[in-house]
Each structure stands twice: as C-alpha cells, then as structure tokens.
Design a protein around this ligand. Structure first.
Ligand SMILES: [Fe+2]
Length: 405
C-alpha cells in the first residue's frame, strides 16, 4: 500500500490535462501509468485468484495493457494520449476499487507464488513511478511556460567544480555477478553466474556537467571521428549539439528540470544523454564505458544509499567529498554500460504472461546501472539491470568512465 500511495502522491501535482497528454511515442501519459499499474494487479492477481472479484470496467484491458500479447489486444503505444476518457478522477476511482480488492485478498492465506506476483506488481509500479516523472518532464519541456513539477526554487548556479576524477583499480579474475534468488529480483537479474574480468579501473564519480561543457566546447558534437556510425547518423538527423533539455542563453547553459528551467550546475552529473553521447564522451576522454559486470563487481557490498526520488530534489547531486570508494554508484543518474541487454547464462523466461516482462526485450538495447534521482528508494540493487535503446535520452541517464587496468 505504501508503493500504491506513492503513485497517488505523484498524481497530486497534476491536472487532468497534465495527466492526459502524450508528448512523444516513447512517453506515456501520467494517467496511463496510474491505470496500467492498477491493471497489472487486476489482470495478474485479482482476476485469476480473487473469488467474486468484479472487474471495474471491461474496456480497461484494451486501454491499459502495455505489451502483453498473451493478455490480448491493446491501444497502440503512440496513441495512449488519445485516451481522454476515462478522466483522471475515474482512473483514481479504478485505483481505489483495485486497492480495496487487494486489501481483502491480502487478509487471506496466500501461497508463495501469489506473494511473489504481488511483490512483482509493487516493483513494477515503482518502475512506472520513475517513468511517470521522466515522461512528465518531457511533456513539461514542450510547454512554452516551462512548468515545474515540484517546488521551482532556484538551485545554486555558482560555478562549482568537483574534485578531479580518480580511477579505482579492480583486480578482475573470475567473479560472480547476478541475483542469487534471495529477496526480490527481476527475472533478468539472474541467474547468478561466473564471468571473467580483465583487470580494470573505474572512475570514482560520474562525469559532471562542467566536463560535458568542455566536451561541447571542444567541438565534439561536430567531429565524426568521436562517434559510433549509428550515433553520428542520429546527431545529423536530429541536430543534437548538447544533452536533451539543454539550452544556451547569453553564453550560459540552462536546462529544463522537474523544478522548471534552471541554470546548469557544473558540479552535478550530466544527465539526459544517449548511449551514443556517453560512448563519444568516453572516446574523447581517452577512456571507455564500463561493462555491466565491471560495474556490478565494483558495486557489490556497497550500501544502497544515494540521491533517490525520496530526497525530493529530483535532480542529480554533485559528488560528496569522500576519501575513498566509488561515489554516486546508486541514485543520481543511471549509468550507461557498454553491455548489450542479453540473457545471462541459463536464463529462462517464466511461464505465463509475466514471462513477457523482460525476456522479449533482449535485443537492441543497452544496460544501465545504479538508479537515479527519480528512482524509488529501495528499488535498485547492485544486480539491477535497467535497459534502453542507444538513442534514448529522456531518462536520467549519465555515465561513469572506465579504463583497462
Ligand atoms: Fe508496465
């Protein structure tokens, strides 16, 4: 219920219109996120097992199914913004209806499989809470008024810089990565398995906006030698000259944020960059992106603390000054890795509709690690694998550099 309530709190900042409009095919309306996460509990849990459960509205299965072929036809993703009805108020009533039925169900004795499915529903909802925030940011960035999702108080634009980046050595060898099955993990995080790492070194913090400005002003966005072929094609096709949401006004860089239009904080990590831009920066810096196994090997055992959505900041924060250890591994920005999102050895998709959760997306996407300032606290782990296509920029995606040891 705590997770369900958090979604409602996000909706409290939105008008019916805010929650209905879809700003691009990749982004979904907030109303859709609120209804789809509810549909997940109704379809995967209540309909199959709750005796006497009354479906709230038969048409919602078409409207709010995301991509589950085994659950039937659905509204095409790019046309989710055309669903002007039901209203936000009706979607919230749908949430109440399903929550009441779930509360009744939770009072009965549930078997382990059902408990696991309900837990999956909660983690699924947290994923959509982050998407709701990134999709609202994209929507608000299209408005000439540049509305703020949350308190628009200005954030210091003093030209601070963080301490120089240092590289931490890791021995490598045969290491174990992946989820071992204890506690919750998405199917794609396991099985735990051995993998071979050559010695490597990992940056102690994320790449900052200040460093990114150096990259821009060195002309890197105009130099094809820095770019993967597909990335250079996107640069030319889209006219990219800086990260998504950035603008240069009177010699100063500004960015649209969930707190409205703000000056760039040079010391904070760069975000809203594609895989192509992350790769080009690493090439320009004479480094490379880490693999996901290198990242996870470094992250294992670190506390799962960081700048998450619960801080209310909803922007990445500059790295704290610490003497040792990698900083910003969790929270702030998702970190692009050079690893394709592929099944681990011995991975098997689950039977039934939930088998469609991750497995069918294991083609053409790259893994990002560590969570962001829009991720719910407690949602990520060292083994967590997020994934997006290489051109995606509307998530809180940044980078950490690596090099061979
Ligand atoms: Fe979903």
């Amino acid at each position: 219920m705590r997770v369900r309530l958090a979604s409602r709190q996000l909706a409290a900042n939105l008008s019916d219109a805010d929650a209905t409009v879809q700003s691009m095919p990749d982004a979904s309306p907030a109303k859709w996120h609120l209804a789809h996460t509810t549909w997940f509990f109704e379809t995967m849990v209540l309909k199959p097992v709750a005796a006497g459960y009354e479906v709230f509205d038969e048409s919602f299965n078409f409207l709010f199914n995301s991509y589950y072929e085994s659950v039937g036809e659905r509204q095409p993703r790019p046309k989710r913004g055309f669903v002007t009805r039901p209203s936000l108020a009706e979607v919230l009533a749908y949430r109440d209806h399903v929550d009441r039925a779930m509360e009744t169900l939770l009072e009965s004795d549930l078997d382990g499989d059902l408990t696991d499915l309900i837990e999956l529903g909660c983690h699924h909802e947290q994923q959509h809470q982050e998407l709701l925030l990134t999709d609202i940011l994209h929507l608000f960035s299209q408005s000439p008024l540049r509305p703020a999702f949350t308190d628009p108080e200005p954030i210091s634009s003093e030209a601070r810089e963080t301490a120089p980046m240092t590289f931490l050595p890791f021995e490598g060898g045969i290491v174990e990565i992946g989820h071992d099955g204890s506690g919750f993990g998405f199917d794609c995080e396991g099985p735990r398995h051995r993998t071979l790492l050559e010695p490597y070194r990992l940056a102690d913090r994320l790449v900052t906006n200040g460093e990114w400005i150096d990259f821009i002003e060195a002309g890197a966005y105009r130099d094809p030698m820095r770019w993967l072929s597909a990335g250079w094609a996107d640069i030319k096709a889209n006219g990219w000259t800086m990260p998504l949401y950035w603008e240069k006004r009177d010699g100063t860089y500004w960015s649209m944020t969930l707190r409205g239009f703000q000056p760039i904080d040079r010391a904070a990590p760069v975000t809203h960059i594609s895989y192509y831009e992350a790769d080009a920066f690493a090439s320009w810096a004479g480094k490379r992106l880490p693999t996901e196994a290198e990242w996870e090997n470094a992250a294992q055992g670190l506390p799962l603390s960081g700048n998450f959505a619960s801080s209310g900041r909803l922007r990445p924060l500059p790295a704290e000054d610490l003497d040792a250890g990698p900083r910003q591994m969790f929270g702030d920005c998702w970190e692009w890795t050079q690893s394709a999102f592929l099944p681990y050895p011995r991975f098997k998709t689950a039977a039934g509709a939930v088998g469609e959760y991750n497995g069918k997306f294991m083609c053409g996407q790259f893994v990002l690690r560590g969570g962001s300032c829009a991720t719910s606290e407690g949602h990520v782990r060292a083994t967590y694998r997020n994934f997006f296509p290489p051109e995606a920029r509307w998530q809180f995606s940044g980078l950490r550099l690596a090099e061979d040891g």
